[in-house]
Design a protein around this ligand. Structure first.
Ligand code: NDP
Length: 240
């Protein structure tokens, strides 16, 4: 049994979430991994890990997964609120279902998942919630209007949550990456938009690796509890 506290990660079946799972596991933490593709999380084959096949928009399922993992490994000390989708489109013809999914996954679920761990953290007077925003939460890009809207909201809500929880000893951290090479474009339907996005990525020599982001997250978490990195913005050096 590991002596490090439990780390819960949403969207751990690919990209940044999977890389974070590997990094925090290598640092000795037991893990709760949550996403819909359970097989992908099981394939990571990490020790002291509970895999929960959960849609993060199902707040009750998230709460149940957290309770079961805490019964096995003790309280969650870090929540990485990472699950996200990016169906890019101009608003004029963006399907309503995609607009709702963007807000439900990127914003509402981020809040309800935090609600599953915050009361315990406040009671213990310690803990960290790390919300994954984006440089698309600081800048606007073509065809990103709704995605940017969700990430601007994540940035505002993260700072609000930080202020609400500071006096309780709980850190709330924003991680805002630039381009990272993951599966995030998989929900974008337009081949032209995908091609334009990838052309730009190629023009800057490629995106960050998910492991680059995971390393920065581990750094922010491993600082002493009285040090709160409020905002971590990292992007490929050549990204404008
Ligand atoms: P991926 O597509 O590789 O990962 C997204 C993860 O979110 C998957 O594990 C997916 O799991 C999960 N997810 C999506 N919808 C749900 C849902 N309803 N319930 C549970 N899990 C869900 O992309 P990234 O790793 O890039 O994305 C991770 C985060 O990083 C996102 O918040 C994204 O906005 C952010 N980000 C990414 C950047 C990039 O350039 N890649 C840049 C800046 C921020 P599953 O499908 O199995 O449910």
């Amino acid at each position: 049994m590991t002596s490090q506290p439990l780390v819960a990660i949403t969207g751990a079946s690919s990209g940044i979430g999977a890389a974070a799972a590997q990094a925090f596991s290598a640092a000795g933490h037991p893990l709760l991994l949550m996403a819909r593709r359970a097989g992908r999380m099981a394939d990571l084959d990490l020790p002291d890990t509970r895999v929960a096949e959960v849609d993060v928009t199902d707040a009750a399922a998230v709460r149940d997964a957290v309770a079961a993992a805490e019964a096995a490994y003790g309280p969650v000390d870090l929540l990485v609120n990472n699950a996200g989708v990016m169906p890019l489109s101009p608003v004029v013809d963006q399907p309503e279902a995609d607009i709702k999914m963007l807000f439900d996954v990127n914003c509402v679920a981020l809040l309800t998942t935090a609600q599953a761990v915050l009361p315990g953290m406040r009671e213990r007077g310690r803990g960290t919630v790390m919300n994954i925003g984006s440089i698309a939460g600081k800048n606007l890009y073509p065809d990103h209007t709704v995605y940017c809207g969700t990430k601007y909201a994540v940035h505002a809500m993260t700072e609000g949550m930080r202020r609400e929880n500071a006096a309780h000893g709980v850190r709330v951290v924003l991680v805002a990456p630039g381009q990272v090479e993951t599966e995030l474009l998989s929900t974008t339907r337009s081949a032209d938009i995908v091609a334009g996005y990838l052309d730009y990525r190629d023009s800057i020599g490629g995106g960050l690796q998910a492991s680059d982001v995971a390393e920065a997250m581990l750094y922010a978490y491993q600082l002493p509890q009285h040090v709160c990195v409020r905002e971590l913005v990292l992007a490929p050096t050549s990204q404008d």
